[in-house]
Design a protein around this ligand. Structure first.
Ligand SMILES: O=C(O)[C@H](O)[C@@H](O)[C@H](O)[C@H](O)COP(=O)(O)O
Length: 232
C-alpha cells in the first residue's frame, strides 16, 4: 500500500522523516540488538543525512548500505558512497557500520557477485529503505528500458544486486534488485519538487514497469510504502 505525506516545507519533512527512521532503528535495536537501513544517493537526501547523523541512537548497532551506486571511485563526486561518507557517516553516526556496493572489479556486471557477498554483512530484512525517484520514473538504479531491468525486477532471481547501464543517465551502476528492496519492514520514498509530484501521478495511472520502474515499488502488496513530499 502507498500513502503520501505532504509537507509545507523541507524542514518539516526532514524532521518527520528523521523521526520515522529513528523510531524504526531504535525499535529494531531493542528487539534484535541491531538495525539495518539502505539509503539512496542523488541530491535529495543530503539534508536528511545531515539530520540523521546528529541523532542520538546506538549507531554502533546500525548497519548502513546504499540502494545503488555509480561504478566510479569512492573519491569521485558522482559516488554515492562518497556522499554518504561526507554527510551521513559524520557526528554521532560515525560509529555506524557501513557496507558499500562498489568493489575493485572493472564494471558492475563483473562486480555484482562480489557485492552480493559483501552484503551478507547487512542484516536483512532491512528495517528501513529510503528511496528517491528520478524524473524518468527510475528508483534506486532500476532504469526504464535498460537492458538489465528485467533481471533487476525479477522477484525470483535470488540476486541482491545487478549491474545496470541506464539509457537516461550517465555511468554504469550497481543497484539493489526489486526483491531486495521489498525485503524491508518499511520503504520511505523521499521526493522534493512539483515535477516529482507530476511523475508520481503519472506512475500511479498505469502499470507498465518497463516504462516507469518506480511502479514496481508503488504497486505491490508485500511492504507498505510511505511517500514524503514537499514542493521545495
Ligand atoms: O544514485 C542515484 O542517483 C539514486 O539513488 C537515484 O535513484 C536517485 O534517488 C534519483 O535519481 C533521484 O535523484 P535526485 O535526488 O538527485 O533527484
Amino acid at each position: 500500500m502507498f500513502t503520501l505525506n505532504k509537507y509545507q516545507n523541507s524542514q518539516l519533512l526532514i524532521e518527520d522523516l528523521t523521526s520515522h527512521i529513528v523510531n524504526e532503528l531504535k525499535q529494531a535495536i531493542v528487539q534484535k540488538g541491531h538495525a539495518s537501513i539502505a539509503v539512496s544517493g542523488g541530491k535529495t537526501p543530503i539534508p536528511l543525512f545531515v539530520s540523521l547523523s546528529q541523532q542520538n541512537i546506538e549507531w554502533s548497532r546500525v548497519f548502513i548500505t546504499l540502494v545503488d551506486d555509480r561504478w566510479v571511485d569512492d573519491n569521485d563526486d558522482a559516488s554515492n558512497e562518497k556522499l554518504v561518507m561526507t554527510h551521513l557517516l559524520q557526528n554521532n553516526a560515525k560509529l555506524a557500520n557501513f557496507v558499500g556496493l562498489k568493489n575493485s572489479c572493472d564494471n558492475p556486471f563483473d562486480g555484482a557477485e562480489m557485492t552480493d557477498k559483501m552484503l551478507d554483512k547487512i542484516p536483512m530484512p532491512f528495517d528501513v529503505i529510503v528511496l528517491g525517484m528520478g524524473e524518468d520514473g527510475h528508483t534506486a538504479s532500476l532504469f526504464p528500458g535498460a537492458a538489465n531491468l528485467a533481471a533487476g525486477l525479477d522477484m525470483k532471481s535470488g540476486r541482491k544486486v545487478v549491474g545496470m547501464t541506464p539509457l537516461t543517465a550517465p555511468l554504469d551502476r550497481i543497484t539493489l534488485t526489486l526483491p531486495t528492496i521489498l525485503n524491508s519492514k518499511n520503504i520511505y520514498l523521499h521526493l522534493v519538487g512539483e515535477s516529482k509530484m507530476q511523475v508520481l501521478e503519472q506512475a500511479e495511472k498505469d502499470h507498465n514497469v518497463n516504462q516507469m520502474p518506480i511502479r514496481a515499488v508503488l504497486q505491490q502488496d508485500k511492504v507498505n510504502v510511505t511517500g514524503f513530499w514537499t514542493a521545495s
